[in-house]
Design a protein around this ligand. Structure first.
Ligand SMILES: Cc1ncc(COP(=O)(O)O)c(C=O)c1O
Length: 474
């Protein structure tokens, strides 16, 4: 689609026909609204209506009363041929598609023309290109295994991750490390391989998994545990565990928790270890933001306090390096890792060796530590800049706490501000934020802002635009 106002109805017809012919828009797909099409093509609604009438006459689209306009069940080149309706199939899939807003955000996050003020990624300026290229060169000699794996991954990578974990207080051996294609895959493996249907998954009141389908689609019940400041209400959890006779597990992202950025205090961590032993409740510790501390090293991982094998510890290089590497790890009791590596064999034959070997070299040569030192200085600078900009431009409309690390500031807008409108007006002005309502209905007034995903100039521009939009909304 283009944005030129000189677009004619014929061009719109051709554009939509092309999308259907090339299979980009399949049968049963709902078309954007007339208003959205008009905005996308930069034309009046009457031009869109004219184009849609032509497409209807040609049998390419059909209107369903009260529901919208859809690609119809006709091949434009052969009216008698019918198609599989993929949309009907996906409706009944175990994994429903993401919420519309989440899909919209996922798309906009890839749009270079948009200022990314919400994304949980490092801006490319923060990627250690020179250092990482040196490690990529090492692949010339280290890449020496060309067959299928047995699901357990590369020994050298597992050994390097085991040393990395030791430095963070977690005892492990290469046999208890399972390479994964990102922390999200570890969560999926645990769900598929270990959780019973109907099990209860406890999680702090608002966390990353609230925006995911990963547990819910597998029949798990997500149950929130109240969380105040740095402390989890472990008494609430104890009472619930006492009453709950079914199987249960706890998911925590205890360090710079996404999206709220808080870190569980030492007391809560110790209590969780006690409860996990008392009630034989496994704990999934997703510690993906641990290395992004700014002011001081965070509390030791829960896994380092647990000497009875109740914790599965997950990490990844998506947040400290780049998510496109798709490389992470999981550690826990050897028999559990063996079971999950067998599951890997059934699903996809294991993680690609290339990122494992690159990260093995990056860790072994000390380049990762060198990168973290530089990164922490950058994070500090960026966090302080964003705090300064928020204070300067939006302090009358919002409140926040300064995070001690991670990537985000969790901002609460005052009740007179409609955050949904703020979100869409900002998108219209080329700035993307992450609204709290994608995590929970109760966090409608919140927004997750990132200080890592834009350049400093973009950050400043983005906050100034936010100021303008707030004035316009008030
Ligand atoms: C808490 C948490 N866990 C896991 C992930 C996914 O990480 P990965 O890219 O390693 O799959 C994210 C991504 O934002 C996250 O915030």
């Amino acid at each position: 689609m283009n944005n030129q106002s000189s677009t004619t109805y014929r061009e719109i017809v051709e554009c939509i026909e092309k999308k259907v012919e090339e299979g980009q828009w399949s049968v049963g797909r709902k078309l954007p609204t007339q208003r959205e099409l008009a905005a996308a093509f930069g034309v009046n609604r009457s031009t869109v209506i004219h184009a849609l009438d032509v497409l209807k006459e040609r049998g390419i689209i059909e209107s369903k009363t009260g529901s919208g306009t859809y690609i119809s069940n006709h091949d434009p080149s052969n009216v008698s041929k019918s198609f599989v309706n993929w949309n009907d199939f996906s409706k009944y899939s175990l994994h429903p598609t993401n919420h519309d807003i989440v899909r919209k955000i996922n798309k906009l996050e890839l749009d270079d023309s948009i200022i990314q003020l919400g994304k949980g990624e490092l801006h490319e300026e923060l990627f250690p290109k020179r250092l990482f290229n040196d490690s990529l060169r090492s692949l010339e000699t280290t890449y020496n295994h060309y067959g299928y794996d047995d699901g357990t991954g590369d020994y050298r990578y597992r050994k390097a991750v085991s040393s990395y974990l030791k430095e963070r207080g977690i005892a492990s051996s290469p046999d208890t490390i399972l390479p994964v294609s990102g922390a999200l895959q570890a969560l999926q493996l645990i769900t598929l391989g270990l959780l019973q249907m109907g099990a209860t998954v406890y999680t702090p009141q608002i966390s990353y998994v609230h925006s995911l389908h990963v547990f819910r689609t597998s029949g798990m019940k997500l149950k929130s545990i109240p969380f105040k400041r740095q402390r989890l209400d472990t008494d609430y959890l104890r009472n619930d565990l006492y009453r709950n006779k079914g199987s249960s597990m706890l998911y925590a992202n205890p360090t710079f928790q996404n999206p709220v950025t808080t870190t569980l205090d030492g007391h809560s961590r110790k209590e969780l270890v006690k409860l996990s032993q008392e009630y034989k409740m496994p704990v999934i510790e997703d510690d993906i933001f641990r290395d992004l501390w700014i002011d001081q090293e965070p509390q030791p991982p829960i896994a380092s306090l647990d000497h009875s094998g109740h914790t599965l510890f997950i990490g990844s290089f998506s947040k400290t390096m780049a998510p496109t590497l798709r490389i992470g790890w999981m550690t826990g009791p050897a028999d559990v890792m063996e079971k999950l590596s067998d599951l890997r064999m059934q699903l996809d034959y294991g993680t690609s060796f290339l990122p494992q070997l690159a990260m093995y070299d990056f860790l072994e040569t000390g380049r990762y530590d060198e990168h973290l030192k530089t990164l922490r200085k950058e994070l500090c600078d960026r966090r302080d800049t964003l705090v300064y900009l928020l204070e300067k431009h939006i302090a009358d409309a919002a409140t926040w706490e300064i995070p001690a690390g991670g990537m985000f500031i969790w901002v609460r807008f005052s009740d007179d501000i409609n955050v949904r409108r703020l979100f869409s007006s900002l998108v219209d002005r080329g700035v993307l934020i992450n609204p709290g309502f994608i995590y929970s209905y109760y966090h409608n007034q919140y927004v997750r802002l990132s200080y890592t995903s834009s350049s400093l100039e973009e950050m400043e521009y983005g906050v100034k635009v936010m100021r303008d939009v707030l004035d316009y909304l008030k």
